[in-house]
Design a protein around this ligand. Structure first.
Ligand code: NI
Length: 178
């Protein structure tokens, strides 16, 4: 088990456009995924992207298949490894929701995201993934895939009156962030 250091906002490596994965089902990719899993679990995150641990590849993991205690009202997001993703909005409808990020610890903000989304890509074995999702699942995918194009959620915040410290906004919530 290797819990890796999570880079924080301000680190230039979080601003890169990540490189596509060229070889699937390799020991290197398996090792990266294990580190992402271990790091996400240790931080109680809803997702984690390879650039957040300093790896310049288009790889994200998200979901748990269980209700996240920090988002008890959210629908269950299945555990997913998503590589070389392509996101296509389905319709123009946007939805606002609170987000946090392990690279922006201690803060939360309201971010508008596309409500319905198709996402395509590959799993770690190179098998295609093609899903249509909405709501929290769509939000998590958009947040994680933003990390692959150098975007952190504060760059998406439009109303900074709804951006602040978790402990102030949500007293009693544990201080983990995702
Ligand atoms: Ni994040």
């Amino acid at each position: 088990m290797t819990v890796r250091e999570i880079l924080k906002m301000g680190d230039e490596r979080l601003l890169r456009v990540a490189q596509p994965v060229k070889a699937f089902n390799t020991p290197e990719l398996q090792a990266l995924l294990k580190d992402l899993d271990d790091t996400m679990l240790a931080a109680n995150g809803a997702g984690l992207a390879a650039p957040q641990i300093g790896v310049d590849l288009q790889v994200v993991v998200f979901g748990s298949g269980e209700v996240n205690p920090r988002y008890p009202d959210a629908l269950v997001v299945p555990y997913t490894v998503l590589i070389n993703p392509v996101l296509t909005p389905l319709g123009d409808e946007e939805e606002e929701g609170w987000e946090g990020c392990l690279s922006v610890p201690g803060l939360r903000g309201v971010v508008p995201r596309c409500k319905r989304l198709r996402y395509q890509g590959f799993d770690e074995k190179g098998q295609p993934i093609d899903r249509r999702v909405e709501g929290f699942h769509a939000r998590v995918v958009q947040h994680e895939c933003d990390h692959l194009i150098g975007k952190l959620y504060p760059m998406r915040v439009r109303d900074f009156s709804r951006f602040g410290y978790t402990e102030v906004l949500f007293p009693g919530l544990d201080d983990a962030d995702d």
